[in-house]
Design a protein around this ligand. Structure first.
Ligand SMILES: [Zn+2]
Length: 226
């Protein structure tokens, strides 16, 4: 057995003793306040970013590139992972969480600019992102470095995922859909781990967002208003 697993189990034992009584209210059911769709990147701490250690509060979905789209026999649909809590547990807030330096967005950028050779499973994921990022890649300003381009596409990708949810018939109008970017690379500010709100229900104009949502005004920031 690799030491990794031994260490995981040691930490899990600590978790179990710490959480012994915290499941009392949610042992048989859940009504999470929010469903988050994060990139699976190991640096994106899906619960810890919200200071969450309450079981039953945050329904967490993770995949590379924080995608909300699934391909089905009937065409593209809202991913079941995202839809489940909205359809079945009364969850009325969806937060799409992109992050600075995203590898999946970088791979999609490479795919669209140079082509990419990846195993089928990874290509499938990139294939779900690429059609949504194509226009974004074309609209990028010319004078950007590669990391700067990727971080703008991270916002663009969050916007497209939010858009897909808003346009779907399965996410009803009373569900709030928010797009954010998790920054651990000092791109938006020097507060590593801080989340910036880039999209609320499809609105991406920073001034409008700040007027409409004064209570979170200081947390609304974008790199790119295309
Ligand atoms: Zn990522």
């Amino acid at each position: 057995m690799r030491q990794t697993v031994v260490e995981l189990l040691e930490r899990n034992a600590e978790h179990a003793s710490e959480f012994e009584s915290r499941f009392d209210d949610v042992q048989d059911s859940q009504e999470p306040d929010v469903v988050t769709v994060c990139c699976s990147d190991s640096r994106v701490l899906q619960d810890a970013m919200w200071g969450n250690a309450d079981p039953g509060r945050v329904f967490t979905c993770g995949n590379i590139g924080n995608r909300v789209v699934q391909r089905t026999d009937d065409g593209e649909a809202v991913s079941g992972d995202v839809l489940y809590p909205v359809a079945h547990t009364g969850t009325e807030t969806v937060v799409v969480v992109g992050h600075t330096g995203c590898g999946a967005v970088t791979a999609t950028y490479d795919d669209l600019t140079e082509g990419l050779d990846e195993p089928a499973g990874i290509e499938h994921c990139i294939g779900l992102l690429a059609p949504r990022l194509e226009a974004g890649v074309e609209a990028l300003p010319d004078d950007l470095s590669r990391p700067e381009a990727v971080n703008r596409l991270v916002e663009y990708n969050v916007d497209r995922q939010v858009e897909f949810l808003l346009e779907s018939n399965e996410i009803l109008d009373d569900v709030d859909v928010v797009g954010v970017v998790y920054d651990f690379q000092d791109v938006y500010s020097d507060r590593r781990g801080e989340v910036q709100v880039v999209n609320v229900d499809g609105e991406t104009d920073v001034e409008s967002l700040r007027v409409d949502h004064p209570e979170i005004e200081s947390r609304i920031r974008r790199l790119w208003e295309y």
